[in-house]
Design a protein around this ligand. Structure first.
Ligand code: FES
Length: 475
């Protein structure tokens, strides 16, 4: 039996897609687990030589996310050898068991053959021979079992308590890096072993220190299993007790000097400012929040157009504006490698991470920036049954990342994208109500120019949309 997360990774589907199949009765499940046999019946095309279907989908997702090709690092040599040692021990144990069973079967077979003259014994002997021949003849390994074994060597599965959220730790990632990539938010500060804020208790499983840390855990804490998430990696599957935060108010403002990684035109009048924070000082924020950027003498507060799940990368969409000093810096002066001070995060426009509802994202013009962060966060969490993005822009080049939105829709079964090119906020709300007759069943995130946000909020209220399920921000 496989947990849903592991099954999803093995067959290259999202967890939500499997949940939908279970709910519709197509895929049987027992206590939230699915059997490898049922999974293979459903996904018969799993091939070992394809290096695992999950790899393919993950790559598509990462391309769709617009991430740089991440270094594909293996776990450290020590972690790999420890995992291999544990699998070899398990295998040796199984071999010993099999040999004992084999010897027992041979003994039983000998006794039956010795008493063949007794009634029924000859038939029993023939039956036993046929069964043994059958077992020996069907030696082909189950593809999912083999892939699952490989997955156990390459990554570790971690469950957080008390939330029950789970994720995989891959490559040379620390536990903190893996938590952030999974779209989860835990308490942390420096991310390099100084502050102790990422302290968490390992309830079961084994961790290994990846880097030295100045923060000293007391003997009592060590005995209770406490560890620093930012300095340790998972050797085996883990259960970890850690407090998760979903609220923007839990995050203190930080000031970090980041560097320009790239400046990329997004059409004529928009530019992607891609910053990277230092390895040992990342910005702690929630997707959808803003930050104040300062380059030279110019400052601006801008929505962060990426998600904490995107490692140390921070994206901002900067519109050309001759009267705005910061925009002029971005279009005329900034170069790769230049320092930019990031101060923040600000704002409460964040995902209701534990809400079970499907999600509508509504962006107007450059309101797409914070919405993009939320979409990426929702994809990393992989919990909502449906994500539908409406991007409203009546300007010819207004949908400046339409290809990205289309690639999300192509990569994920539960993602839809609608580019809206005409009408105002009211017409858009009416269209959503036509296309989703259960509109009130959604959470809705709305970002755009002040006037659009106000008009859309009023139109939603007239449609009877529950105010508690609406989050809005003016950009
Ligand atoms: S985040 Fe500061 S010690 Fe881990």
């Amino acid at each position: 039996m496989l947990t849903l997360s592991r099954a999803a990774r093995l067959v290259g589907a999202s967890r939500v897609a499997l949940q939908l199949k279970i709910r519709s009765g197509e895929l049987p499940s027992f206590d939230g687990m699915v059997s490898a046999e049922d999974l293979l019946r459903f996904y018969p095309d799993i091939r070992l030589e394809e290096d695992g279907g999950f790899e393919q989908v993950r790559e598509i997702k990462e391309r769709a996310f617009g991430r740089r090709v991440r270094e594909r690092l293996l776990p450290s040599q020590e972690i790999l050898s420890q995992r291999l040692y544990e699998q070899s021990t398990e295998l040796a144990d199984l071999r010993a068991h099999l040999q004992r069973y084999h010897a027992m079967m041979e003994a039983v077979r000998g006794r039956i053959r010795a008493q063949e003259a007794q009634p029924g014994m000859a038939a029993l002997g023939d039956f036993l021979d046929a069964q043994l021949a059958d077992i020996l003849g069907s030696a082909a390994p189950n593809a999912l079992d083999v892939m699952d074994d490989m997955l156990r060597v390459m990554s570790a599965h971690v469950t957080l308590r008390p939330s029950g959220h789970d994720f995989f730790v891959e490559g040379a990632d620390t536990l903190l890096e893996a938590i952030l990539k999974a779209g989860l938010a835990v308490n942390y500060g420096c991310s390099n072993g100084n502050c102790g804020l990422c302290k968490a208790r390992v309830v079961s499983g084994e961790v290994r220190k990846l880097r030295p840390h100045d923060y000293v855990l007391s003997e009592a804490e060590k005995n209770q299993g406490y560890t620093l998430l930012c300095c340790h990696a998972a050797v085996s599957d883990l259960v970890v007790e850690a407090l998760e935060t979903g609220s923007a108010g839990d995050i203190p403002p930080q000031q970090i000097v980041a560097r320009v990684k790239a400046l990329q035109p997004l059409g004529e009048d928009m530019r992607l400012l891609h910053l990277q924070t230092p390895r040992n000082n990342r910005l702690r924020f929630l997707a959808g929040q803003s930050a104040t950027l300062t380059a030279g003498e110019a400052s601006a507060q801008l929505p962060i157009a990426s998600c904490p799940c995107d490692d140390r990368n921070l994206h901002f969409h900067v519109a050309r504006d001759a009267k705005d000093d910061f925009a002029r810096q971005v279009f005329e002066a900034l170069r790769a490698g230049d320092p930019v001070t990031v101060y923040g995060p600000w704002g409460e426009f964040v995902l209701r991470a534990d809400s079970p509802r499907p999600i509508l994202f509504v962006a107007s013009e450059a309101g797409f920036a914070p919405i993009k962060g939320l979409v990426e966060h929702a994809m990393s969490l992989d919990r909502a049954e449906l994500l539908h993005l409406y991007w409203h822009s009546t300007r010819p080049a207004g949908h400046y990342l339409a290809n990205l939105c289309r690639s999300w829709a192509g990569a994920l079964d539960n993602f839809r994208y609608t580019a809206v090119t005409e009408g105002g906020a009211e017409a858009l709300v009416a269209r959503m109500a036509r296309e989703h007759d259960d509109l009130a069943a959604f959470d809705l995130y709305l970002a755009g120019p002040q006037g659009f946000v106000e008009d859309a909020s009023k139109a939603l209220a007239r449609q009877g949309f529950p105010a508690a399920q609406l989050s809005a921000t003016a950009t």
